[in-house]
Design a protein around this ligand. Structure first.
Ligand code: NCD
Length: 316
């Protein structure tokens, strides 16, 4: 794996939250909180260029990285695989190296393959920084960070007494994987994972979690519910009998949410399948933090880009 930290412990790339020290994670969250409250200051990335290099579709992630880069004063270039020479067979590596040759040293990369962003980071020149904006089902570190910032704002920075349920298509979810790494690093009290057996991961993702196949039981008394999209584009046929059956067993309805703590909050990374994993009443209801997550995404991504591309802090 490409090293994310340099010899001084500074972030060179952000590829995964797995193994990222708690101090680094908390520093990013603190900085994101400060940016959310007070802005990023006077164009710390003026003269730098950031390219969003997306080989998979995106709405929130791409646009919030663009917004974040703009707020830092960076120039923003957008690469879209569907209108690029990718359609002529150019590899992701050649694409990156060519844009790098134009003087671009910040890349936000999304790709359908697990590990693809890591491989591109290994091919990048020294001084070029990559952020993983989602690779296959492997990792989506800035989503994990923005989920932690949102939880922290709602419940305080001490997670040790918190009970969180992660519900839905965990098997195909890079969001769940990044959330789980971050929750563990931040000392979460209890994580419950709830999914039908066919949508449970076949790797170590859920080590240490309490497993539930019954959503009502999983929700009992929890402080936060992290819902996941049913990711049909990543799914082999037949994992879910029908959308109606899935909703009946695993859809978050207002009635079900009443089983959670009275002040429980609901998160969802988007895009939502309304009426499948989550009902309108919940998605748009008073306990939903879904649009707060989106707002936090800009601040988190600004904090990450600044850490990667900004001037190192002056020595004390
Ligand atoms: C997620 C993704 O792409 O992994 N979306 C996002 O970035 N907010 C979740 C999903 O697609 O279900």
């Amino acid at each position: 794996m490409t090293e994310q930290l340099d010899a001084q412990g500074r972030l060179r790339h952000l590829l995964t939250l797995e193994g990222l020290p708690r101090s680094v994670l908390e520093r990013l969250l603190d900085r994101a909180q400060a940016i959310a409250e007070r802005g990023a200051g006077a164009a710390p990335l003026a003269g730098r260029a950031v390219c969003t290099l997306f080989f998979e579709p995106s709405t929130r992630t791409r646009m919030s990285f663009q917004r974040a880069a703009q707020r830092l004063g960076a120039d923003v270039l957008n690469f879209d695989a569907s209108t690029s020479s990718t359609t002529k067979g150019e590899t992701a590596r050649d694409t990156l190296k060519n844009i790098e040759a134009m003087g671009v040293h910040g890349f936000v990369v999304r790709h359908a393959d697990n590990g693809a962003v890591d491989a591109l980071a290994a091919a990048a020149a020294p001084g070029t920084a990559l952020v993983n904006a989602g690779d296959g089902r492997h990792a989506h570190p800035t989503q994990g960070l923005l989920d932690m910032l949102t939880l922290r704002q709602a419940k305080g920075a001490d997670f040790s007494a918190l009970r969180v349920a992660i519900v839905g298509d965990i098997r195909h979810s890079r969001v769940a994987r990044s959330d789980l790494h971050a929750l563990r690093t931040l000392g979460i009290g209890e994580v419950r994972a709830c999914a039908p057996a066919a949508l449970l991961p076949d790797d170590a993702t859920l080590d240490g979690c309490a497993l539930y196949d019954d959503l009502d039981a999983a929700l009992d008394g929890v402080d936060a519910v992290m819902m996941l999209r049913l990711q049909r584009e990543r799914m082999e046929e037949g994992l879910v009998p029908s959308l109606e059956a899935y909703h009946a067993a695993y859809g978050l309805t207002a009635a079900r949410l009443r089983r959670a703590a009275a002040d429980a909050v609901v998160l969802h990374p988007g895009p939502m399948n309304r009426g499948v994993e989550i009902d309108d009443e919940v998605a748009d209801g008073p306990q939903s933090l879904i649009l707060r997550q989106v707002a936090n995404g800009v601040a988190v991504r600004a904090a990450v880009l600044e850490a990667l591309l900004g001037d190192p802090p002056a020595a004390a």
